[in-house]
Design a protein around this ligand. Sequence first.
Ligand SMILES: [Zn+2]
Length: 408
Amino acid sequence: MMPLFAPRTQWFDLRQRLETENVDPQLSSPFYNGRIPAEIRSLIFEFAVTESVHPDAQVIKPDSWVRQSHDPAPIPEAPESSATDHVARISKWTADLLRSSLPPAYRHGHPSETRRPEHGFDWLRFDNTEPMRLETSLLMTCRRIYIETWSLPLLQTEQRFYCRRGPGADKGERSNIKRFITDRLSNPAPMSGLKQKDLVRSARLFTQQFWLEDTFLQLASTPAWFTNLEHLRITLRRADWWEWEREETLRINPFRGNCFYKHTVDLMRRDMSTETGNIEFAGAAWGRAFSHMPKLKTLTIDFETAEDKRDEMEEIVAWALKWQFPLSDGRYLSTDGRPASKLSWRGLPHHWSNQCASCHNLVHNIVQGNGCHKCSEAKQLVGWGYGPQLLVWTCLWKPVQNHEPKDR
Ligand SMILES: [Zn+2]
């Protein structure tokens, strides 16, 4: 009689087992008979297990829309196929309208139409796409290659997460970091005592402010987080800022945490104006999260917004460059005087806010002759598939031994 429950899969250490067995030295292979130097062999193996873009992935083209500066970008011209595309879009919208019971206010360019995961909201970027694929068949070639490459896929892959808003059904498997680590990266690694997640060295978080401010510290202080993380990149996109849809004032504060309420704007300005730009961290402030990452070598934060918010963000970034984050051993993360690097790109239609930055009308309610020239321009660009010019400031923090005196 069959057992009622199948026995659990027994994990064993394949690497350890192979090392106690006979392994063919593969001397007939150019990789191992001296024809290809070991350094070149390593590079080839690393390349073989590097992530690549899946053929079904959406990508942003052309690359020329990405510039290494914040110079104002030229206004795009109508794409050649726009007339056909426009007709196709209108037909699709009509079909959608018939299928659903959208309110009568539904108009061309309504945010609910453009802010959808299948349109890239908010994961598709000039520097990011999904799905990616990682081939691991190299590891199965032979025992000798396995012993040499078993750790590469996790060691060298940057794990990216969308923090509650990613591609795919149910926001995608990478939208919930804790679940992804628990379900996908918590099996034993081929090295005694290590879990797969312990091999991860690099992670990128695309995070809305509410996740950064309310969940990040909590997750980083649990065993579910990456114990050996060395490189962390946090990207705050155009659509991640509190109330960006209503063009509200940008605000962020790693010393105090949640910035949902508007009085936090005044608090931020007060903290900005202190002599060192640093104040004592509140107990639950997200700036404490890095003290739970003992191996951290670099922290990168991207600050992104649209062209009309340039001045506000300039001010925030100037302050951010002064931020010092405590690590667990008395050291601090510091930008150490390094300036922010700047780039810009032409965003997607969902990057327009609901409200015109110029006349404050609701852009999607504007009809001909009602609204300013900025509204008309935005509506036209949405029709052609374009968003506003987006500006990105990227700041880099590294651990320092001695830090400047702080306001504390
Ligand atoms: Zn306007």
